[in-house]
Design a protein around this ligand. Structure first.
Ligand code: ADP
Ligand code: GLC
Length: 478
């Protein structure tokens, strides 16, 4: 049995792509005949009512940060996959998952040590013993180290393997050494080849050191993270583990992201009949208060965390040119206060042409995806990226930078088989020029139609990726 451990899982919790991946990969694995269960924290923000939660166990002993501390375990039947929820309200019943405008929660390290230890504690109570603990990002990356140590003392764990998937190397969970001493890991883990990073306790590094296999979410990012440009200080550790590092591209959950059946849309459409897309565009213009003349002009959409990674500042840099080209602009996201404020001010300055929604809205994200013509994604780095894949399926052609998963998923115009647009140098001029090329092609309906249809017919479903994970698990189970 694969026990998939994650700090978020859609539709119960989600702050970004990790939630999407956790919500579909276990289902795709089950379709391949794998037995899978998921374990995740029970946040105050859990919002699915479709899958009711049931209390399974009170007071599961966790023993951290004091010997007496316990967790309650709930379960939901998520389309045949059990999802276990670790409940400890003082850690997880909060307004946000990880951070507020004031920064990270002060006790994030403690929260996720607690969660990781609860995973190991609960795994011992399961009817079916896991063969693999599949961990994701820094939140759960101490688990491979706990497992490594448990294997030495407890035969139960002897044949259990661990996989760590890195969704974003920039977030490492780095804390004061003091927290290491409280984590329960043994002294031998405190080394250059383990949990220690220049005197600090680095949770992601610990996972990279101890996991039996390390994966990341695209082949290009797997190569990039071995370099100092993208490695965020982990390149040395990753290079040491190079033989066990692999890139497996994410897929898309087309049961949620497909304009043929998307319940959030006013109208549906397919690669062969795009009349519904026009209705979606009209609806988007009305919802966002854009002028109706943009029905016959390109509308550019941006959806995502408004952070340095996503390059929203590059969009702001070229805004005067975009406005001059008479394009409509729609932004949805939350993140840096400064970016949010600039965009809000701009929307007041250019009413009817530039609209912004600050916040997190699942419904609107689908509507922007369907109602826009072009999707902007000028990421500085992008481990995989899912929104460009949604853009392809929704016929909203992506204009992207040329990094990580964007490299692996978008074929740039005018190459044969092109599905979108890319700029190579991360400079405003290059980005502006590429948007201009996209707008020029948009003005040629035949040319646009050909690329759009090809984009919509791309298949990034999870089947292939799930097979690769399955093979990876097999290599550890043998
Ligand atoms: P990342 O995980 O780096 O944020 P991805 O492209 O992999 O980027 O995934 C982002 C996911 O989060 C997508 O499903 C996207 O639609 C969603 N998302 C991001 N910001 C918002 C928002 N403000 N409102 C709704 N959905 C959002
Ligand atoms: C991360 C990355 C994103 C990736 C997602 C899911 O948040 O930033 O590129 O698609 O995880 O793996």
């Amino acid at each position: 049995m694969i026990l998939f451990t994650t700090s978020e899982i859609y539709p119960f919790s989600k702050s970004g792509g990790l939630g999407d991946v956790a919500g579909i990969l276990p289902l795709a694995l089950r379709e391949l005949g794998r037995e899978v269960a998921v374990i995740t924290p029970l946040y105050g923000r859990i919002y699915s009512t479709t899958y009711p939660l049931r209390l399974l166990m009170e007071n599961c002993p966790v023993g951290y940060p004091w010997p007496e501390v316990t967790a309650d375990i709930y379960v939901a039947d998520y389309q045949g996959v059990p999802v276990y929820f670790v409940d400890r309200p003082e850690y997880f019943d909060r307004g946000e998952y990880y951070c507020t405008y004031h920064g990270e929660y002060f006790d994030n390290c403690e929260r996720f040590i607690f969660f990781s230890r609860a995973v190991l504690a609960w795994a011992r109570w399961l009817d079916h013993k896991p063969t693999i603990l599949h961990c994701n990002d820094w939140h759960t990356s101490l688990i491979p180290a706990y497992l490594f140590e448990a294997r030495q003392s407890d035969p139960f764990w002897g044949d259990v393997g661990s996989v760590l998937t890195i969704h974003n190397l920039a977030f490492q969970g780095q804390y004061s050494a003091r927290l290491f001493w409280e984590s329960g890991l043994s002294l031998s883990a405190w080394s250059m080849d383990g949990a220690e990073y220049y005197g600090s306790f680095n949770m992601l590094k610990t996972g990279i050191a101890y996991a039996d296999k390390v994966t990341t979410v695209s082949p290009s990012y797997a190569r990039e993270i071995m370099t100092s440009e993208f490695g965020y200080g982990m390149e040395g550790m990753l290079a040491k583990r190079a033989r066990d590092v692999q890139g497996i591209l994410n897929g898309v959950d087309y049961s949620i992201w497909d304009p043929r059946a998307d319940p959030f849309l006013k109208a549906h459409y397919s690669p062969y009949d795009l009349s519904g897309k026009r209705l979606c565009k009209k609806d988007l213009l009305e919802t966002m208060g854009l002028h109706s003349r943009f029905l016959s002009r390109p509308v550019l959409g941006f959806i995502g965390r408004m952070r340095w990674q996503k390059g929203v500042d590059l969009v702001l840099d070229i805004l005067p040119e975009l406005l001059e080209m008479d394009l409509g602009l729609v932004f949805l996201g939350e993140g840096d206060l400064e970016t949010e404020t600039s965009l809000t001010n701009l929307s007041e300055q250019y009413p009817g042409q530039l609209a912004v929604e600050i916040g997190y809205t699942e419904e609107l994200s689908h509507q922007i995806m369907a109602g826009s013509d072009i999707f902007l994604m000028p990421s500085r780095y992008e481990p995989c990226g899912l929104t460009q894949l949604y853009g392809l399926r929704y016929g909203t052609l992506p204009v992207t930078s040329d990094v990580g998963g964007l490299r692996d998923t978008v074929t740039p115009w005018p190459e044969p088989g092109c599905t979108g647009f890319k700029f190579r140098r991360f400079e405003p001029e290059d980005f502006a020029e590429t948007v201009r090329a996209a707008v020029d092609l948009w003005a040629d309906p035949k040319g646009w139609e050909a690329v759009r249809q090809r984009a919509m017919l791309q298949d990034f479903s999870w089947r292939q990726s799930a097979r690769e994970y399955d093979n990876l698990y097999r290599s550890l189970e043998e």
